[in-house]
Design a protein around this ligand. Structure first.
Ligand code: SF4
Length: 341
């Protein structure tokens, strides 16, 4: 059976018209799912009994069960959800002054193999469907009894490696008749899949693009992120510049500082050279030490020096506030601890 949350509004309209129903029924169902947030077709009381039965026979409503939840003293909550096929995914809720941000997973496992990431030890199983991505927001909202204002695709998986499903999920999140999360409040992070960056540029979606850069030379970046062997820094930077030209949107570059690896002033200088003149922002991330990982966190002194060097040289840079450091905060850690792959 199909999960009804896998359809964006346009698809749902088509689906219903194809079985002889009126198009406006799709909007009614959409409202039940994403505004009233009901968990069963029986609760959709403005639909005829006949249609409700038809829906029950042909579709499911995917509702996640929480397998495990960890709560940090800073309010960060990490969830492990049962996606109902024997797999589990992680979702993190972070509380910022500007609202509640949720970090969603886009795949079960990840193929990219970044060396600093806890997801690297998790075997790639499959892509998440649009509904399985959207359900992460609904399930967390249900758990906390509050609305999520920002969504970042930075959990387990490479979102642009699951391109079509991620785009569809964004359309569901962004639809004013659905969850109505503004595109500017949705951020997609990629390890650098160049062809998909061009695709995204042409989607006409106003979401923010984040690039996990983390190093300024091919040698260093390839040692941290194997994807760099496929699309090197020159190709990646060209795609970023073209993305900015097409969308006129600022790119956010993520740079995880690892002690004695990429955190000295020479790295900062190279980063300035790479990004000079670009409409961008740099997010410096104190790296999360993972079990058996080869990288450790840079010192606070180095992190501040690095940020100041960038700011003094015309690159806007901020240090990401560390959240959830007393729980398994790095993506993949909770899942890795609870499941054996
Ligand atoms: S950092 Fe992201 S892209 Fe890289 S292995 Fe982890 S989940 Fe995959």
């Amino acid at each position: 059976m199909k999960n009804i949350k896998d359809f964006d509004l346009a698809d749902l309209q088509e689906e219903l018209v194809a079985v002889g129903e009126k198009k406006f029924r799709a909007e009614q169902i959409f409202k039940w799912l994403y505004v009233d947030k009901v968990m069963s077709f029986d609760e959709m009381t403005n639909l005829s009994l006949d249609l409700r039965n038809k829906l029950k026979e042909n579709y499911t409503i995917c509702n996640y069960k929480i397998l495990k939840k960890q709560e940090s003293s800073d309010g960060t909550k990490k969830y492990l959800f049962d996606v109902l096929d024997g797999n589990a995914i992680e979702t993190v809720l972070m509380q910022y002054h500007h609202g509640k941000t949720i970090c969603v997973s886009s795949q079960i496992g990840c193929k990219m193999g970044c060396k600093f990431c806890a997801s690297t030890g998790i075997k790639f199983e499959r892509n998440l469907t649009p509904g399985e991505i959207v359900e992460q927001i609904l399930a967390v909202e249900q758990d906390i009894g509050d609305k999520i204002s920002n969504v970042v695709f930075m959990g387990i998986g490479e979102p642009l490696d699951n391109y079509d499903n991620v785009i569809k999920a964004i359309r569901i999140l962004n639809n004013q008749k659905g969850l109505n999360i503004g595109a500017r409040h949705i951020s997609v992070s990629t390890s650098g899949l160049v062809p998909r960056i061009y695709d995204l540029a042409n989607e006409n979606i106003q979401c923010t693009l984040s690039i996990s850069l983390h190093a300024t030379t091919d040698e260093k970046r390839s040692s941290m992120m194997p994807v760099n062997n496929r699309y090197n820094i020159t190709e990646l930077m060209k795609a970023c510049k073209d993305y900015i030209k097409i969308t006129n949107k600022r790119i956010s570059f993520e740079y995880a500082l690892a002690k004695d690896n990429n955190d000295n002033l020479n790295d900062a200088k190279q980063l300035v050279n790479l990004l000079k003149g670009m409409l961008c922002h740099v997010n410096l991330i104190p790296i999360n030490k993972i079990e058996n990982g080869q990288y450790s966190k840079s010192t606070n002194e180095n992190i501040i020096k690095f940020r100041d060097y960038l700011n003094d040289n015309g690159i806007v840079a901020t240090i990401r506030r560390e959240l959830g450091s007393d729980i398994d905060a790095a993506c993949g850690q909770l899942r890795r601890k609870n499941l054996k792959n």
